[in-house]
Every structure is written in C-alpha cells, then in structure tokens.
Ligand binder design. Structure first.
Ligand code: 5GP
Length: 113
C-alpha cells in the first residue's frame, strides 16, 4: 500500500493548513514554506502522485485545479503570478501528491533554477 503523504493528511484533517478554498474535488491552502509573498497550493482530493500519472479522464479535474487557483488569484487581486507543477524528484517535487503552486508578490526570474 502506498504511504500516506502529508497532503493526504491535510485532506483528512489530521494536519492543519491555512485553507483558502475547498470543494468536492480539491483543496487550496498556503504553502508552509512560502517562496514568495503569496504562495499557495491547489491539490486534488484524489491521491494522484504527480502529473506523470494523469490520464485523459483527469482532464476536467486538471482544468478545475487551474481555474480554482485563478479564482483565488483574482480574489487576491493579483495580476501577475507564476504557476508551477513539479513532476519527479529531479524537478523539485518533494510531496508525491499532485499539486499546483501559485506564486506572486515579487518579480520572478526566468529560466527557473
Ligand atoms: P514540491 O516541492 O513537491 O513541488 O512542493 C511541495 C510543497 O509543499 C513545498 O513548497 C512545501 O513547502 C509544501 N509543504 C510541505 N509540507 C507542507 C505542510 O505540512 N503544509 C503546507 N501547507 N505545505 C507543505
């Protein structure tokens, strides 16, 4: 059986989070180690390890996650933000439950490190 990730524990309510949004499909909350003045994550409630495992069936869910992040950005009156999905350890993924980062509030460099 796959081990329970920290995000599954947040979904289960076993670990607290600064929740920004929740519905039947997803949860959004502030990142505990913010890399920008605004840094939140949108995660599906279903435990997909990463974008690598997503299937055609997940296309509505993926669109929903991005639009939930956009809704939060609009509520925060952001006009610029960066959206990041790390896929695999070498890309920087540390939690193997799909999540989308939304970062804002400072100038971003390109290319990312
Ligand atoms: P990754 O590196 O996998 O793309 O992103 C994982 C993110 O989850 C990191 O930015 C990290 O700070 C965040 N994170 C890890 N553990 C927790 C936690 O317990 N609570 C919250 N709110 N964020 C977490």
């Amino acid at each position: 059986m796959a081990s329970t990730t920290i995000f599954q524990k947040i979904i289960n309510g076993e670990i607290p989070c600064e929740k920004l949004y929740e519905d039947d499909l997803c949860l959004a909350f502030n990142d505990i180690s913010a890399q920008a003045p605004i840094h939140y994550l949108v995660i599906p409630k279903t435990p997909i390890p990463s974008l690598r495992e997503c299937k055609n069936l997940d296309k509505n869910l993926l669109g929903h996650l991005i639009l939930v992040g956009q809704k939060i950005a609009k509520e925060k009156k952001l006009s610029n933000w960066r959206t990041v999905i790390n896929t695999g350890a070498e890309s920087g993924q540390t939690v193997f439950h799909l999540h989308i980062h939304f970062l804002s509030g400072r100038a971003m460099l390109w290319p990312p490190g």
